[in-house]
Structure formats: structure tokens, C-alpha cells
Design a protein around this ligand. Structure first.
Ligand SMILES: O=C(CO)[C@H](O)[C@H](O)COP(=O)(O)O
Length: 224
């Protein structure tokens, strides 16, 4: 199977997982990226069975609206029933690295508001230790050099993601060569650097369930 077929299969599994739980006044949080895009296209089948969505990026909001799915501002809703999003890496504790699509800050905000976080990913994202994928960090533009120097002190090699401005008007530093053995500690340490908006480690709020697309079918994991 191709990676896209695995992504499509995991998106289908997420639809099957959330469909029986949806409430007429429920809000679905929607992530960003190619796996989330498959999910958005399938979510259109469930239109009318939930109230609407909150999107984690302008790109996902546009795709949802193109399907006629209502998109609300997060401040206009009381909470999010379930959030479905992809990841760049996932470990057995369902701690994640996210932000390959530069949407990490809004993704983390939506995850923090959600009763349940369903991660959808193909098997290439499953790792014993986070950190093989360069860790995205969203930074206030004027603090770029300051933050880069502080990240070097933590042992990482930050690389400016050229030509990318986030939906919040900020820049991204991708941090190479960090083995993330203590995700919660590093998540906090990076967020503590002045000028960092947030980083792509999702450990303080990990996923609740991971639907992993593999060559032998979609496997379901809960945090171990
Ligand atoms: O965090 C993300 C965007 O900021 C995505 O979830 C992550 O990059 C995975 O993307 P894809 O589904 O295209 O592999």
C-alpha cells in the first residue's frame, strides 16, 4: 500500500470511530495536513449529524467550508467533543511531534480544548523515541536569533524554515538532532524560552487514541 492509501485508511477509521459518538450540538476539532485532509473530505458524509467544526488552520477551514461544513471561531464554542489530527511522530505514550505543516500552535490550542484527541497517522510516524523528525518551534519573528541561541544551549540544531509564515504571523525553527527522551520536560523547557510561542511536542496533552494505518490494517492504540 502507498503512504496515501494508509493515510486514507486511517482517516476512514477515524470517521467510523467518531460517527456513533457525534451529538447534534457537538463540535469536531479538525487538524491540518494531508491525513487531516482525507478526514475532512470524509467528514462531509456526516454533515448534519453534528453542529460544526473548529479548524486548526486557515487551510483546513477553507477545505471544510468548501464542503459546506460550518467552521466556528474557537471563542464562539463551549468546548470540542473530539479532535482529529495527524502527526509527524508518535510514541507508545501517544506523545507526539507535530507542526510539519506549521500549524502547531493552533493545533495545540484545539487539542487543549478537546474532550478527546484522536490521532491519525500512517505507520511511518510510529517511533520508539521522539526526535527523528526535526522539531518545529513557532517563534515571534524578532526573537529568531535569541531563540536559536537558546535552543543550541539545549543541544539542538535550529534551522529557519525559509519562506514560511504561520497563520499567527510568526516564523518556524526546525530543530534537528534532539533525541526527545523526556518529552514533557523538553516541551516545558522550550516553551519557557522568551520569544517561543509554542513547540511541536504534544506531551502535556498527548493523544487519547492513535489510529495507525499499517500494511495489515488500521491498528488502535491507547496510551501505555
Ligand atoms: O502537525 C501537522 C501540521 O502542522 C500535521 O498533522 C503533520 O505534519 C502530519 O502531516 P501529514 O498528515 O501531511 O503527514
Amino acid at each position: 500500500m502507498t503512504q496515501d492509501e494508509l493515510k486514507r485508511a486511517t482517516a476512514r477509521a477515524a470517521i467510523d470511530y467518531i460517527a456513533p459518538k457525534l451529538e447534534a450540538d457537538g463540535i469536531v476539532g479538525v487538524g491540518t495536513g494531508s491525513t487531516a485532509n482525507f478526514f475532512i473530505d470524509m467528514l462531509a458524509e456526516l454533515k448534519g449529524r453534528f453542529d460544526g467544526t473548529v479548524a486548526s488552520s486557515e487551510a483546513s477551514a477553507q477545505r471544510l467550508k468548501a464542503h459546506g461544513i460550518p467552521v466556528y471561531d474557537l471563542n464562539a464554542v463551549d468546548g470540542i467533543q473530539v479532535y482529529v489530527d495527524g502527526a509527524d511522530e508518535a510514541n507508545a505514550a501517544l506523545e507526539l511531534v507535530k507542526g510539519g505543516g506549521a500549524a502547531l500552535t493552533r493545533e495545540k490550542i484545539v487539542a487543549a480544548c478537546s474532550d478527546e484527541f484522536v490521532c491519525i497517522a500512517d505507520e511511518s510516524k510510529w517511533v520508539p523515541v521522539l526526535g527523528g523528525f526535526p522539531l518545529p518551534v513557532e517563534v515571534i519573528p524578532m526573537a529568531r536569533s535569541l531563540v536559536a541561541r537558546e535552543i543550541v544551549k539545549l543541544g539542538g540544531d535550529p534551522v529557519y524554515r525559509q519562506g514560511v509564515t504561520t497563520d499567527n504571523g510568526n516564523i518556524i525553527l526546525d530543530v534537528h538532532n534532539l533525541l526527545i527522551r523526556e518529552p514533557k520536560t523538553l516541551e516545558r523547557a522550550l516553551n519557557n524560552i522568551t520569544g517561543v510561542v509554542t513547540n511541536g511536542i504534544f506531551a502535556q496533552r498527548p493523544a487519547d487514541i492513535l489510529l495507525l494505518g499499517t500494511a495489515t490494517g488500521v491498528k488502535t492504540f491507547t496510551a501505555s
